[in-house]
Design a protein around this ligand. Structure first.
Ligand SMILES: *[C@@H]1O[C@H](CO)[C@@H](O)[C@H](O)[C@H]1NC(C)=O
Ligand SMILES: *[C@@H]1O[C@H](CO)[C@@H](O)[C@H](O)[C@H]1NC(C)=O
Ligand SMILES: *[C@@H]1O[C@H](CO)[C@@H](O)[C@H](O)[C@H]1NC(C)=O
Length: 313
């Protein structure tokens, strides 16, 4: 059982106005302005005679707790999420993943505590089920990644912002696929609301999925965050890809086959997913492995996309 030990990372949120629309991605990691009016409770104070505030990040994430039914206890697994310099940047991260400035580090026992100072009360209702059942208006699926619609039908979509990890093997000069780390909402616009109400997060990336040195044919998993109504998970393995409309900047559109489902809920029924409207997600150039980036470095390739899920007819 995992114990909460060592590292305690306290992330102070700077939830500034959600109205202002930034256009250019940040040029450095972190927001150097201390949040207006925030008073740090003495219990979590930092010794300011020896330390000073440097920067803040805003995170939306899910912390995993694994059930041990024998003991009737939950153990800490770790957080899965993405970070931006300002909460309002989540809006822009959907269109330009360079607004994502940090990601959760897997396999590290890290506890992220957060308390978000919301300056704008916008009490929207969180979704009442996992997924958006409207097929995206005007979307034409390229034939290379089509799903057989005589046997399957569209069920729901999700919007994701995430980073796919690629690990450098400097000896071989190659990158291998590690897996994505990110959060999913029913509609891209829900990322704004997830800052104020994390119940807008409806799914997360599934960790502990097999890694692969094959950069095209690989697997990744998704876990419903819509608990307790939906506890389903599924692994998705890439079957077919096609270039995005802007292939020099955006990763491939693809079709993956679902397998290895667990739990009960929407993902247990799914047969296929298609990743469309990809922004970002390119593999780093192999020339940078061993030069720009050291051996074993995990490069976070930031992306946003819409995922379409199908079920059997
Ligand atoms: C679950 O709890 C039981 C009883 O405490 C323990 O023996 C067992 O090792 C635990 N299982 C896991 C997978 O940690
Ligand atoms: C890195 O690549 C070399 C050469 O192909 C290989 O022998 C080695 O096992 C790889 N290391 C890892 C950690 O995959
Ligand atoms: C799916 O399950 C099969 C059978 O249990 C297993 O061999 C395989 O490794 C699993 N695939 C993934 C991607 O986890």
């Amino acid at each position: 059982m995992t114990k909460i030990t060592s590292i305690l990372a306290v992330v102070v949120f700077s939830c500034l106005s959600l109205i202002a629309q930034a256009k250019n991605p940040p040029t450095s990691l972190g927001n150097t302005d201390f949040p207006n009016g925030l008073e740090i409770p003495s219990a979590i104070a930092v010794d300011l005679t020896k330390n000073k505030f440097s920067f803040s990040l805003c995170v939306i994430a899910a912390t995993g707790f694994q059930c041990n039914a024998t003991a009737g206890t939950w153990s800490f697994v770790g957080p899965d999420g993405v970070f931006v310099n300002d909460c309002k940047d989540f809006n822009d991260a959907v269109d330009d993943p360079r607004f994502i400035t940090a990601v959760a580090l897997n396999d590290v026992e890290t506890l992220v505590l957060f308390s978000c100072l919301s300056l704008i009360a916008q009490a929207k209702n969180p979704p009442t089920s996992l997924g958006n059942t409207d097929f995206p208006n005007g979307l034409e699926i390229p034939s290379a990644i089509a799903v057989d619609l005589t046997k399957n039908k569209f069920s729901f979509s999700l919007c994701v912002i995430a980073a796919t990890g690629f690990q450098c093997n400097a000896t071989a000069g190659t990158w291998s696929f590690v897996g994505p780390d990110g959060v999913f909402v029913n509609d891209c616009k829900d990322f704004n609301d997830a800052v104020d109400d994390p119940r807008f997060i409806t799914a997360v990336a599934l960790n502990d999925v097999e890694t692969s040195s094959d950069l095209v044919i690989h697997s990744a998993g998704i876990r419903s965050a819509f608990t307790p109504d939906d506890t389903s998970t599924s692994i998705f393995t890439v079957e077919a890809t096609t270039p995005a409309p802007n292939p020099s900047v955006d990763g491939v559109w693809l079709r993956s086959k679902a397998s290895n489902q667990t739990g009960t809920g929407k993902f247990t029924q799914v047969t296929y997913l298609q990743r469309v409207f990809t922004k970002g997600s390119l593999t780093p150039p192999s020339s940078q492995c061993g030069s720009t980036y050291p051996d074993k470095y995990v490069y976070p390739s930031r992306f946003s996309a819409t995922l379409l899920f199908y079920v059997a007819k």
